[in-house]
Design a protein around this ligand. Structure first.
Ligand code: PLP
Length: 412
């Protein structure tokens, strides 16, 4: 089944026409998502898994990823914004669901009404309680403490008073403190000492809560890198984002080395292929000039599709070879230099061939990490920034019979 990214992608199709891949698509392998969830759940066990599907599931599609993750053993979902959580509820997803990044304009009443758990760093508490009164329903909150990241979360010196206030409201039946959590700053660099410091502070905070008689259902600290490298950070629940999508958070370790499978493949179809002379300038600025007589391939993806404009040199795989992008990446297109092919004289043209920007990296194919290196960024950004102009196409929506031998039972 296809989830078009926008109404404009709904092209009429002849029902009898053979299935044809879109001209450009981000193919999302939901079996890879399920595999990654099972892998992360095994690592985290007995802690439970929260699948983090913020930012439209890091560009993979929040709803299909959430469904796949829940079917594979994740028991919680996490997002940044209440609006993202509401969209999941609107899609019929009823799993426990936490949203943690708010502004005074956030719709806390809608969150309470939809049974969404609300992260609370302090200032939100009054508004959450007001929402609970309005909805005549207790809010579910997770108190967040800043153990060193310096972003959200209650400062350590305000923890006592926030805890006390929250407990009073809990006694009044206006809310339930479901969780206590914090977020790590450098877990992707396991050799750094700050994770130990954050962990020690988190333990202190939990001890204060316990001594005050607060016994939350879930204490959570670990993101993907901590889940994979620091079992002592797992507590009751791990919040995994990147790993869910099969990507490695560590500079020196590949997805395969971590037992993960990248779920997104961005591919298109070559839109032009022509011979050019030596010294031909390529793309705006003419920053690249061909070294000799050669053949250029035109790839119809650009920065409007989420390819970083700065990523010249990033790989595009066509017919089993990775070619670096040459010249500037434009809004809609970019160019690869194929070497002399003499297409005019009947040499091998790649017009219409499939072109892959990145995928699961098997057989030497390009990866999101390759594009991150070309663009001076991280794999998180490469997948997340693929724009709505690239339709998402989902494969392996249902577990195969061999994957889940009992799936066929009881159907009749
Ligand atoms: C995004 C986010 C995560 C997930 O981080 P990954 O490194 O992608 O696993 C976990 N917790 C919080 C609070 C986040 O904002």
């Amino acid at each position: 089944m296809t989830y078009p990214a926008a109404a404009g992608d709904l092209r009429p199709e002849t029902p009898t026409a053979p299935a044809r891949a879109e001209e450009r698509s981000a193919v999302i392998d939901l079996e890879a998502i399920r595999h990654n969830v099972r892998r992360l759940a095994a690592v985290a066990s007995p802690a439970k898994v929260m699948a983090v599907v913020k930012a439209d599931g890091y560009g993979h599609g929040a709803v299909p990823v959430a469904r796949a993750a829940l079917s594979a053993g994740a028991t919680w979902l996490g997002v940044a914004h209440i609006s993202e959580a509401l969209a999941l509820r609107a899609a019929g997803i009823e799993a426990p669901l936490l949203a943690w990044l708010h502004t005074p304009d956030s719709n806390f009443a809608a969150a309470v009404a939809a049974g969404i758990d609300i992260g609370c760093s302090g200032w939100e508490l009054g508004r959450i309680v007001a929402a609970a009164r309005e909805q005549e329903r207790p809010a579910r909150i997770h108190l967040k403490v800043d153990t060193g990241l310096g972003r959200n979360g209650a400062s350590i010196d305000t923890w006592d008073s926030l805890l006390g206030e929250a407990m009073e409201y809990q006694d009044q039946g206006l809310l339930r403190v479901v969780g206590i959590f914090s977020h790590l700053a450098v877990a992707d660099e396991p050799e750094r000492p700050e994770t130990d410091e954050q962990l020690a502070l988190f333990r202190d905070v939990l001890a204060v809560a316990r001594d005050a008689g607060m016994d939350p259902e879930v204490r959570h600290l670990a993101n993907t890198p901590a889940t994979l490298s620091r079992p002592d950070t797992h507590f009751d629940l791990v919040r995994v984002g990147l790993g869910l999508y099969g990507l490695s958070p560590f500079a020196g370790q590949s997805s395969a080395e971590l037992g993960l499978r990248p779920a997104m493949t961005v591919r298109t179809v070559v839109s032009n292929c022509k011979d050019v002379p030596a010294g031909q300038g390529v793309s705006y600025g003419l920053n690249y000039r061909t070294g000799g007589v050669t053949t250029l391939g035109l790839i119809p993806l650009g920065y409007a599709d989420g390819v970083p404009r700065i990523g010249t040199g990033g790989p595009v795989r066509v017919e089993g070879t990775n070619y670096p992008v040459v010249g500037r990446i434009a809004m809609d297109q970019m160019v690869i230099d194929l070497g002399q092919r003499n297409v005019a004289a009947g040499g091998p043209s790649i017009l219409g061939a499939e072109a892959v920007l990145f995928g699961d990296g098997t057989d030497g194919g390009p990866t999101a990490e390759d594009w991150a290196a070309a663009a001076g960024t991280i794999n998180y950004e490469i997948v997340t920034r693929i724009s709505p102009r690239v339709p998402r196409r989902y494969v392996n929506e249902q577990p195969s019979v061999s994957e889940n031998p009992s799936a066929g039972e009881g159907r009749r």
